[in-house]
Ligand binder design. Structure first.
Ligand code: SF4
Length: 291
């Protein structure tokens, strides 16, 4: 099985079979993202995707995978009936597989009717990973996300109403130093409105390939400093009311690894951030933040 270009997956899909259903990202314009810049978005032929499944099923890995993650960035852009055919094929050919997940852009969710989302859940899609990035429209617009906060919130709510589990990602630092507080508060409010099962918090990293990097180099975008990022994370958590959501800020990009279940663990998470801000908790070194 050969992949087209670089492959990305959420940290929690480390043990999953990565099956490339689509290539690239249909939006591919977010200023902070370089993941699929070298790829032109397209949907792989159904027969090719099923052939990949058959190849795994015929080899020594047939019983190795209990989970499948559909790459790349926008697997839900495929027609629903084809999605369902892929799910059936996976479950028929990979006997240990009990879970299928994928990334889902707000646009790809918007393109599905509620009946289609429910059919995907009934057909064996368990969870989607959706990028909120920020709950602030000013930040989303500046970052060219291609959707407003209200549109992303609605997409998340529809996913949950369809019976799918939802994992939402937001990016600490995306509002810059200037917009940090609004970004934190609005992101917490947006997460509260969606009540996702999982919340993943990353920290902005600019490595040179992202369009935002040139703004940073030219002085048009200034990210918060390390203390500012910790304060922003504190504000975000304080403004998130999402009972039962598992919150993880343990991505390689974060200076401080945090994990807890809301709302019960909020006081502890905030106390950990306060300890870090007071210098009582060691932070990750810059060289350890590599992805
Ligand atoms: S952040 Fe997501 S939607 Fe935006 S360009 Fe990257 S993969 Fe596409």
């Amino acid at each position: 099985m050969q992949y087209e270009g670089r492959i990305f997956r959420p940290p929690s899909e480390a043990d999953s079979l990565i099956l490339q259903s689509t290539v690239g990202c249909s939006q591919n314009g977010c200023a902070f993202c370089s993941m699929y810049k070298e790829k032109k978005f397209h949907i792989r032929p159904l027969a090719d995707v099923c052939a990949d499944v058959d190849e795994i099923a015929a080899g020594p890995w047939a019983h190795a995978f209990s989970r499948v993650f559909l790459a790349d960035g926008d697997a839900l852009m495929r027609k629903t009936e084809e999605q369902l055919a892929i799910f059936s094929h996976i479950y028929a050919r990979l006997p240990r597989c009990g879970r299928i997940t994928c990334y889902a852009s707000p646009a790809s969710i918007r393109a599905k009717t509620q009946d289609e989302l429910e059919a995907l859940a009934a057909g064996g899609l368990n969870m989607v990973y959706m990028g909120l990035e920020s709950g602030s429209d000013a930040v989303l617009s500046r970052m060219n996300k291609g959707a407003t906060a209200a549109e992303i919130i609605l997409a998340g709510q529809r996913v949950r109403a369809a019976g799918l589990r939802l994992s939402v990602t937001a990016i600490i630092g995306l509002g810059g130093a200037e917009g940090s507080e609004e970004h934190a508060k609005k992101t917490g409010e947006a997460l509260s409105a969606m009540q996702p099962e999982y919340i993943g918090l990353l920290t902005l990293m600019l490595e040179g390939e992202e369009p935002l990097y040139s703004d940073y180099r030219a002085g048009r975008f200034a990210p918060p400093d390390q203390a500012g990022l910790l304060r922003e994370l504190r504000t975000l958590i304080a403004h998130t009311d999402s009972e039962g959501s598992v919150l993880r800020a343990n991505h390689a990009s974060n200076y401080l690894n945090l994990r807890g279940t809301l709302n019960a663990d909020k006081p502890r998470l905030i106390a950990e951030l306060d300890a870090a801000l007071a210098g009582r908790r060691a932070l990750k070194s810059e060289w350890m933040r590599g992805l």
